[in-house]
Design a binder for this molecule. Structure first.
Ligand SMILES: Cc1cc2nc3c(=O)[nH]c(=O)nc-3n(C[C@H](O)[C@H](O)[C@H](O)COP(=O)(O)O)c2cc1C
Length: 186
């Protein structure tokens, strides 16, 4: 059975990106995957201190003791990871940026636990256009970061929605999210 780790980063519990992530989780479960979901806004994840402790020989991870410890263990155990974020100020949310910075610990040449795990990305934004909204900046950052840690991006689902729940009206996007979950769940 495949294991999917879902990281929902919106501070809004019924936010659009979380709704799409839940739909993807449903798709993954239907594909027989075991799904675990974490809400980053509820977790204590500090910024990377740039200490390079994770780059010391035999370090195998970050030296900080916060909720990233839980996520590092879940990331190691997972076969696939799904990240859901709202676009804030023309890029990913602060919650997911903190998480991404801390993935530096998984990018050492001698320690690459994410290698060959499949990654999915979900983004929602207020503007109608992915360029004007800044979604493209987040997309580019995810592409580069996951290429760096050796984890191929299996698919991205992104679209416009503003008030919490608006995304439900976009049936095509909901369908795409479900299909992404199925793809990650196999
Ligand atoms: C602090 C803040 C910054 C935002 N910045 C952008 C932005 O740069 N571009 C955009 O298109 N929408 C922006 N939005 C709108 C959100 O991306 C949009 O409402 C999205 O659906 C939120 O996803 P969520 O419901 O999952 O939190 C912003 C919203 C907030 C609260």
């Amino acid at each position: 059975m495949s294991k999917l780790l879902v990281l929902a980063s919106s501070p809004r519990p019924k936010g659009n990106s979380t709704i799409l992530a839940t739909e993807a989780a449903r798709g993954a479960k239907d594909a027989d995957a075991e799904v675990k979901t974490f809400r980053l806004a509820k977790m204590k994840i500090g910024p990377c201190m740039g200490c390079d402790g994770c780059r010391k020989p035999k370090a195998a991870g970050c030296v900080q003791k916060d909720d990233m410890r839980t996520l590092y263990a879940e990331l190691r155990a997972a076969d696939a990871v799904l990240i859901a974020s709202p676009v804030y100020w023309f890029t990913m949310s602060a919650q997911i940026k903190l998480f991404m910075d801390r993935l530096y610990a998984f990018g050492a040449e001698s320690y690459r636990p994410l290698k060959d795990k499949r990654v999915g990305i979900i983004l929602t934004y207020g503007d109608a256009d992915p360029f004007v909204s800044g979604a493209v900046n987040a997309i580019r950052a995810f592409q580069d970061a996951f290429a760096y840690v050796g984890a191929p991006i299996a698919g991205m689902v992104y679209g416009s929605a503003d008030k919490p729940g608006d995304v439900r009206a976009n049936k095509a996007l909901m369908k795409d999210a479900y299909a992404l979950g199925q793809k990650l769940g196999f």
